[in-house]
Design a protein around this ligand. Structure first.
Ligand SMILES: Cc1ncc(COP(=O)(O)O)c(C=O)c1O
Length: 393
C-alpha cells in the first residue's frame, strides 16, 4: 500500500487496507497465510545480506526471527497506532517481557504503575529484581508520586492506562514530560483502550504495548501481542526480545488477528456505546455499591480520560453487596454473560476473583480488588442489561 494513499485515508479504510495486498502467485485480493517456518535464502551475497539485516523487513529467513504474515500484521498495527514500526509477539506478556528484558539492565531503576495486570506485576515483583533491576511501584494517576520516585538512574517509566483491573487513568502527556526530563523511556500498556480510542505515541510515549489477544483480535480465538515505537527501538526489541527470547507469534494467529482488525474501529464504537449504557444502568441500580467507568463523570480521572481518549472502551469495574456474591450466586444466574478471564471479545465476559485466592501475595491489592469487572461485548445492549438485571434480582 502506498504511504501517500495511507496518509489520506481514515481509520476504517486503514483497518481494511493497510498491510493488505494482492497475492502475487494467484492474484487473490487477499494475502495468503504463509505457514512456513523457513524461507529459501538467496545465493547472491548482496541479497543474502539484506535478508540478515533489519533494514529489509520485507525479506525473510526464519519464522522466529521475522516472517511474512506477522509482518503484514505489523504494518497494519504501525499505521493504526501512528508509530514508525511494530513488533508482534506470541502474547501480550511476550510483548511486555520482550520490551523489559531488551531495554533494562542490572543497576537500572523503573517507576511503574502499582496496580496493573497480574502477569506484569509478576515480572516487576519476582523477575526483574533477580536481574538487578530496581522497581518503584507508585500510583501513576498522581504525578507527584511519579516525580518523587524518579531517580538519576531511572531508565524507564511504565504505565498501564486504562489500568487493569481498577480502570485507573494516568495522564500520558504529563508523564511523558516527567520521564523525558531524566532521559527515561516511557512505556504505555494501552491494551484496555482498544487502540483506536487512545494513541499514546502522539501524546509523547516512546513505546506502546498491546495484548492483541484482547480488542485488537476481538474474537477470542487467538493470542498475540504488539510493541510499537521508533524503528531504532523496534529493531532492538525484535533482535533481543523476540529472536533471542523467542516469543514469536504463529503466522496463523497473526492472520486471525489481521482479520479481526478489519472491524476494530467499528467494534470499538459498539463496545464503547454498549459500555456507557451498561455503566449508566449499573450506576442507577440500588444493589450496585460502586461503578468505575472512564466515561462516567463520577470516575476519579474522568477529565484526564476525556482529554486523551476519543471514546472510553468497554471495560467496567463494579462492586456488588456480599449477599449477591456469596457462593458465586450472581454469576451462577447469568445466562448471556460468561464468567471467564480475558476481555475485549465479541462476547460479554465477567471476572470475579475473590481477593483471598491469590492476590494477597501480590504487590498492592486491597479491598477494591474484590470488585468485578465486566468486558462489555458487542451484543445488543438491552440483552446485556437484561442479563445483569435478572441475575441481580
Ligand atoms: C493490560 C494487560 N496487558 C497485558 C496482558 C497480557 O496479555 P496476554 O494474555 O495476551 O499475554 C493483559 C491480559 O489480560 C492485560 O490485561
Amino acid at each position: 500500500m502506498s504511504k501517500d494513499a495511507e496518509s489520506r485515508w481514515g481509520v476504517h479504510t486503514l483497518s481494511v487496507h493497510s498491510g493488505e495486498g494482492i497475492d502475487t502467485d494467484t492474484r487473490a485480493i487477499r494475502r495468503p497465510i504463509h505457514m512456513a517456518n523457513s524461507y529459501e535464502l538467496p545465493t547472491d551475497i548482496e541479497e543474502l545480506l539484506k535478508v540478515f539485516s533489519w533494514d529489509h523487513l520485507d525479506k525473510f529467513e526464519y519464522t522466529r526471527e521475522h516472517s511474512a504474515t506477522p509482518r503484514h500484521l505489523e504494518e497494519r498495527l504501525a499505521v493504526l497506532e501512528g508509530s514508525e514500526d511494530c513488533v508482534v509477539t506470541a502474547s501480550g506478556m511476550g510483548a511486555i517481557s520482550a520490551t523489559l528484558f531488551t531495554l533494562l539492565s542490572a543497576g537500572d531503576h523503573v517507576v511503574a504503575s502499582e496496580v496493573c495486570y497480574t502477569g506484569t506485576q509478576g515480572l516487576f515483583g519476582d523477575h526483574l529484581p533477580r536481574f538487578g533491576v530496581e522497581i518503584s511501584l507508585v500510583d501513576t494517576t498522581i504525578l507527584e508520586e511519579i516525580k518523587a520516585a524518579i531517580r538519576p538512574n531511572t531508565k524507564m517509566v511504565y504505565v498501564e492506562t486504562p489500568g487493569n483491573p481498577l480502570i485507573m487513568i494516568s495522564d500520558i502527556k504529563k508523564i511523558a514530560e516527567l520521564a523525558h526530563e531524566v532521559g527515561a523511556a516511557f512505556v504505555v500498556d494501552s491494551t484496555w483502550s482498544g487502540l483506536i480510542p487512545q494513541k499514546p505515541i502522539q501524546l509523547g510515549a516512546d513505546i506502546v504495548i498491546h495484548s492483541a489477544t484482547k480488542y485488537i483480535n476481538g474474537h477470542g480465538d487467538a493470542l498475540g501481542g504488539a510493541v510499537m515505537g521508533s524503528k531504532t527501538l523496534m529493531a532492538k526489541i525484535r533482535e533481543s526480545g523476540v529472536v533471542h527470547l523467542g516469543a514469536c507469534i504463529s503466522p496463523f494467529n497473526a492472520w486471525l488477528i489481521m482479520r479481526g482488525i478489519v472491524t476494530l474501529p467499528l467494534r470499538m464504537e459498539k463496545h464503547s456505546d454498549n459500555a456507557m449504557k451498561v455503566a449508566e444502568y449499573l450506576n442507577s441500580h440500588e444493589k450496585v455499591e460502586s461503578v468505575r467507568y472512564p466515561g462516567l463523570a463520577s470516575h476519579p480521572q474522568y477529565q484526564i480520560a476525556k482529554g486523551q481518549m476519543t471514546s472510553f472502551s468497554g471495560m467496567i469495574n463494579f462492586s456488588l453487596g456480599l449477599e449477591l456474591m456469596e457462593n458465586f450466586e450472581f454469576l451462577k444466574k447469568l445466562k448471556l454473560i460468561k464468567h471467564a478471564v480475558s476481555l475485549g471479545h465479541d462476547q460479554s465476559l465477567i471476572v470475579y476473583v475473590p481477593t483471598m485466592f491469590f492476590f494477597d501475595d501480590m504487590v498492592v491489592f486491597n479491598d477494591e480488588q474484590k470488585k468485578k469487572y465486566i468486558s462489555v461485548g458487542i451484543e445488543d445492549p438491552e440483552d446485556i442489561i437484561q442479563d445483569l438485571a435478572q441475575a441481580m434480582g
